[in-house]
Design a protein around this ligand. Structure first.
Ligand code: ACM
Length: 692
């Protein structure tokens, strides 16, 4: 490549870092006028540049050093400051870059790994454990093994009592074929029997394996699905004999929490339909019953809305010459995608066949840049002079409660969403509305005066109450992040998803809201899993190891009998995808931590034990291997990756295709923000005036 960019931490400041950026021209041609475009997750303090100017929209930075030509076989050096000093991983630097010159645009630029200075040399270790007798995760409530095994062959059949159970039987049959290559013949023995049991609770099941065969009893398709998931984990396949052995066992099982979810962000990175289905199918194996689908954000709108085709024609795509500028990764490309309504219906049905409900999230009023860019005539308040900067460095990403277009947009979008997704819930986001928004908008001021509001938070509440009423009129219950009750206007029917801390969950429950727990400190699967600089993921103030994920105990600080606990509907894990750009990386971040969290969601706390979990995980990994799930090996991978780096030639980052991270910093062990801590963004003197 003719160009390369290096980034090094030059100095750690009291609050922040000073960086040196070097752009090398390795070619024989000089360029008088040039601009370097790059993706960088942290906010660059505008007046900190040693030369030139830098504009930044989200993660997309353009450096323009007007007076300095980029001479052949030479370089240009620029320093700048960020307000955060949390740089720990090789992927914390520039993630992708290209150069525009007078003559040509989008010239590729190689990116070297960031020079971090001191690195964290701690390493996570796990206790040595032997392989467990079985590989069941989550651990069932009650189980008793017999001495013998039952044999399933290609002549084994599944027998259902009525047609409604057939889709679960089909799933089991498909999974046995996919995992073991054992397809069923049309004749044979009725070896697996599904039996309806009116006495069991709705998600409970019984599984009995003895000399007469395999019987799953339940009161619901969900229970049959969980019985099948357990059965699959008990199977031991003998290739030569084309036989599956299942140990004799009696299991009686039911979940600890009625809501067991996983959130996937399809806005920052887009996953095609096949990938979404692959993920949903994996979730079914861990008795997850909710797929929370983050479909819209600043960086992309991913769901077809017939009333506004612009949302996907424009808002689903980003690129150098596109209204939505490149972000995060693949910055020289036209990047994006969306799900057609037909595809969504297909995915919802696919999930339902696996007893998983799909809950869509349409993020309102913040995180709306893709929608606003797609529909400026409807969604931009032309008189709004307010200044704000969102956590992810956007200055134009919030819907306005002061203009009629916002309500027109919300009505149309929510009507189509309500039709598309049969679940009786819609998640409306509501997180991270930036300080300063709406303060200088005549229409918002007018609305405040008319309603007697004193604070912009009241405006947020006003808008969300409108959304709640709209959803209620369509038979849907509103769900939102913990900020959804800010402004105290929404009803207590709203379900709050706490993410910043456990305290937020307790406070919301005390206020009378039902709560889903998704504390970032334990359930955010985009966080790195070890301290090595080579780890994938985000590592600001902490990492989430497998043990951290497993040991998360919801609201442990509350007494067993505390009535607040009744408000906790369940918990979920979340995968934000700013840097999850491929199925390999998705697997690496999700597994096996998701397996650990699934056990907490399903298994009663008194049956949880980390050593016992590890010894079950050991044989369980074979099931993931069978499916080519590229999980992070709990013991070996980090060491290997470190060794790879130490003994290999330096590698350019965009050869690794590292993608940028979700701007994020966690400043205390108990709180997490998804980006830089805004309070630390105090104005700083110009760089050149700084002393050490
Ligand atoms: C969130 O992480 N902003 C919900």
């Amino acid at each position: 490549m003719d160009f390369r960019v290096d980034l090094a931490i030059v100095e750690h400041l009291a609050k922040g870092c000073r960086f040196g950026l070097t752009l090398h021209n390795l070619s024989e041609k000089s360029h008088a006028n040039w601009k370097l475009n790059f993706a960088f997750e942290c906010f660059v303090i505008p007046d900190s540049l040693s030369q030139g100017e830098l504009t930044q929209v989200g993660t997309f930075c353009t450096l323009n050093v007007n007076e300095t030509p980029l001479y052949a076989n030479n370089h240009v050096y620029v320093e700048f400051c960020t307000a955060t000093s949390a740089f720990n991983l090789l992927s914390d630097g520039i993630n992708d870059a290209y150069l525009d010159t007078d003559a040509e645009t989008q010239l590729p630029v190689a990116v070297s790994p960031i020079v971090l200075g001191a690195v964290d040399d701690r390493r996570v270790s796990l206790p040595e454990v032997g392989a467990g007798r079985h590989a069941l995760i989550p651990h069932p409530q009650y189980m008793e093994f017999g001495e013998s095994v039952f044999e399933l062959t290609r002549y084994s059949q599944i027998c259902v009592e009525d047609q409604s159970m057939q889709c679960v039987a089909n799933w089991l049959s498909e999974e046995v074929e996919r995992l073991f290559g054992l397809s069923h013949k049309s004749i044979g023995q009725q070896d697996i029997r599904f039996r309806h049991s009116p006495v069991l609770d709705s998600e409970a099941y019984k599984l009995t394996v003895d000399g007469s065969g395999i019987e799953i009893e339940s009161n619901s398709n969900a229970g049959f699905t969980y019985g099948c998931a357990t059965l699959i984990q008990l199977m031991d396949f003998d290739h030569e004999r084309h036989t599956i052995y299942v140990p004799h066992v009696r299991i009686q099982d039911a979940p600890r929490f009625r809501y067991r979810g996983v959130m996937l962000d399809s806005a920052r990175s887009f996953q095609p339909v096949t990938e979404i289905k692959r993920v949903i199918n994996l979730l079914a194996h861990y008795k997850i019953n909710t797929f929370h689908w983050h479909l819209t954000d600043d960086e992309g709108w991913r769901v077809e809305i017939k009333a506004y085709p612009e949302l996907t024609d424009i808002g689903a795509w980003r690129g150098p010459t596109h209204p939505l500028k490149p972000q995060l990764h693949s910055i020289g490309d036209y990047y994006g995608g969306f799900y057609s309504q037909q595809e969504i219906r297909e995915i919802v049905q696919y999930a339902s066949d696996r007893s998983i409900q799909v809950i869509p999230e349409i993020d309102i009023p913040g995180h709306s840049r893709a929608a606003i860019t797609a529909l400026p005539d409807l969604l931009v308040d032309p008189e709004d002079q307010s200044h704000y900067r969102s956590e992810q460095n956007y200055t134009d990403n919030v819907l306005s409660p002061g203009i009629s277009g916002t309500y027109q947009f919300l009505d149309a979008v929510l009507e189509e969403i309500a039709q598309l997704f049969p679940a009786p819930y819609v998640h409306i986001g509501a997180d991270q509305v930036p300080v300063g928004v709406w303060t200088n908008s005549p229409s918002c001021r007018e609305l405040m005066a008319e309603q007697g509001y004193r604070n912009p938070k009241d405006l947020q509440g006003h808008l969300l109450r409108y959304v709640e009423d709209k959803l209620k009129s369509m038979g849907k219950r509103m769900l939102g992040w913990e900020e959804a009750h800010f402004g105290s206007k929404v009803s207590k029917d709203t379900v709050v998803y706490s993410w910043l801390s456990e305290e937020a969950a307790i406070n919301s429950a005390k206020l009378g809201y039902d709560v889903i727990l998704q504390p970032g400190q334990s359930t955010y699967l985009d966080m790195a899993q070890d301290y090595s600089v080579c780890e994938l993921g985000v590592y600001r103030s902490h990492i989430i190891t497998l043990e951290n994920a497993y040991q998360y105990e919801p609201l442990v600080q509350l007494h067993e009998q505390d009535p607040i606990k009744k408000r906790i509907l369940g918990m979920q894990a979340a995968l934000w995808t700013e840097r999850v750009t491929s199925p390999e990386r998705l697997d690496y971040m999700m597994f096996p931590r998701l397996v650990a969290l699934a056990e907490t969601a399903w298994t009663q706390d008194h049956s949880k034990d980390f050593h016992a979990f590890l010894s079950r995980l050991k044989p369980h990994l074979q099931l993931l291997d069978r499916q080519d799930v590229r999980y992070r090996h709990p013991c070996q991978r980090a060491k290997k990756r470190m060794a790879d780096v130490q003994h290999s030639k330096p590698t350019l980052l965009n050869e690794f295709k590292f993608s940028p991270i979700r701007i994020s910093s966690c400043n205390t062990a108990t709180s997490i923000t998804r980006t830089e801590n805004m309070s630390s963004l105090v104005p700083m003197p110009p760089l050149l005036g700084l002393t050490t």
